[in-house]
Design a protein around this ligand. Structure first.
Ligand code: IZC
Ligand code: ZN
Length: 424
């Protein structure tokens, strides 16, 4: 039994209270439920009391001496950050392609020439489970040091049942062993393997009839994702794949309108996807249909930054009532970073979001994008005891002092796992 943890007197305690039921949209994304001089009592991994320090003191009374106390004066305390879109389990790296793109090659040119996802697929197929596990561990450590306490992890670098299941088993082992919680997504439809490039529908049939039933049976994935993109999977193929996943209990997600406007958002609305992700080229019609269908827009400004393209129009989506979440899109090709705080900076600097909106997008809306809004993403009684203490006097400062890691302390299920920026 660990001692209760009492985080006290935050300059700004960001509670996001009252947001656990449904994704947050519109003006509500700016209402952080900030408590000044705010305190949180965590016991047995769960948040027990939240409020002004004097109110929490009155509630804990004599038990004060039982707790470990952390002085958060002059600092911002938020819920643990949530990254709802990563490809974090993979082998190898693609800095060579980074240099090719700096010399003018495009992401799709490299992919169509057999690089990109195919390159990482080759490396991941050749890697043992243990090698994949060992290569992914340091990435999870860096996520934790940047305040991220839960990540979604997609497969999608196996592109065969054997290797997709291998990735998903590694994700499960990491979820068991590492403080960061991992929520898994099957993404056998990440690309059409070279062997099927002349008959992509044959591969779609393999995903639908061979992979999805076995993956569902394994219990190793909650979601099913597809790269709906010109030159990858069409909206019609994507809909077939996501519908098949739903029939086997896998909730739909979709990489939509990343490089070309390609009716990805419209497909998301039609199949009832939990989230549509990227949306750099989404149409007005797609935005409207997502708002009507309650699809969460997971935006990845780090990918736009790294691919040197314009970021998604977050402002238009927020103003249209689409709930917006943020993510690193951690992957070796288009977004090799674990710094969700930097993605939040880009939310402000490249997508004109406010400092309050980017916190909502990287906590409760990210939690809703992986169906965890009832467990994480806000600081409320009964929620999991995941907290981050930032060395910043207020939420605006967190985005103003950009591209640095202001995380001081990370608490995971009531246990301090990062202190003064270092892993414990
Ligand atoms: O390039 C990669 O490895 C990840 C990716 N999938 C779709 N867009 C980027
Ligand atoms: Zn992705």
């Amino acid at each position: 039994m660990t001692k209760p943890l009492f985080v006290r007197r935050a300059a700004q305690l960001v509670t996001l209270r009252g947001t656990s039921e449904t994704p947050v949209s519109g003006k509500r994304m700016s209402d952080l439920g900030i408590i000044e001089d705010g305190s949180v009592w965590v016991e047995d991994g769960t948040i027990r009391y939240v409020g002004h320090d004097s109110d929490v003191l009155a509630q804990v009374g004599e038990r004060l001496s039982e707790a470990d106390q952390i002085d958060a004066r002059g600092k911002v305390v938020t819920p643990g950050l949530v990254d709802p879109h990563t490809h974090v389990v993979f082998a190898g790296s693609r800095e060579n392609e980074f240099e090719m793109r700096l010399s003018g090659a495009t992401y799709m040119e490299i992919m169509n020439a057999g690089g990109g996802i195919h390159s990482t697929t080759q490396a991941t197929r050749n890697a043992s489970e243990e090698q994949l596990y060992q290569e992914t561990l340091p990435r999870l450590d860096r996520f934790l040091q940047h305040g991220v306490t839960t990540v979604e992890a997609k497969s999608g670098y196996g592109l065969s049942l054997e290797h997709e299941l291998k990735q998903l088993r590694v994700a499960k082992r990491l979820d068991d062993d590492h403080p960061v919680d991992i929520v898994s997504t099957f993404m056998g439809a990440h690309a059409v393997p070279e062997a099927y490039k002349d008959d992509p529908d044959r591969f779609v049939d393999i995903v639908i009839h061979e992979m999805i039933p076995k993956v569902a049976e394994s219990g190793l994935a909650e979601f099913n994702d597809v790269f709906c993109e010109l030159g990858v999977f069409t909206p019609e193929q994507s809909e077939r794949i996501l519908t098949a996943g739903k029939e086997h209990g896998l909730l739909p997600k979709i990489h939509a309108d990343e490089i070309e406007p390609y009716r990805g958002a419209e497909t998301a609305a039609r199949v009832g996807a939990v989230s549509a992700d990227h949306l750099l080229r989404v149409t007005d019609a797609g935005i409207k249909q997502m708002a009507d269908a309650g699809v969460v827009a997971v935006l990845l400004p780090g990918t736009a930054f790294f691919l040197m393209t314009e970021a998604a129009n977050a402002r238009k989506m927020i103003d249209a009532g689409v709930p917006v979440a943020l993510s690193t899109d951690r992957n070796p090709g288009s977004s090799p970073t674990e710094s969700l705080p930097f993605i939040m900076n880009l939310g402000c600097l490249s997508m004109n979001m406010t400092p309050a909106e980017v916190i909502t997008a990287a906590t409760i809306n990210a939690a809703h994008a992986i169906k965890r809004g009832h467990v994480i993403g806000s600081v409320e009684t009964g929620k999991q005891g995941d907290l981050v203490i930032f060395d910043a006097p207020n939420v605006a400062y967190m985005q103003y002092n950009y591209a640095v890691n202001l995380v001081d302390t990370v608490v995971k299920k009531g246990k301090v796992v990062v202190k003064q920026g270092s892993l414990l």
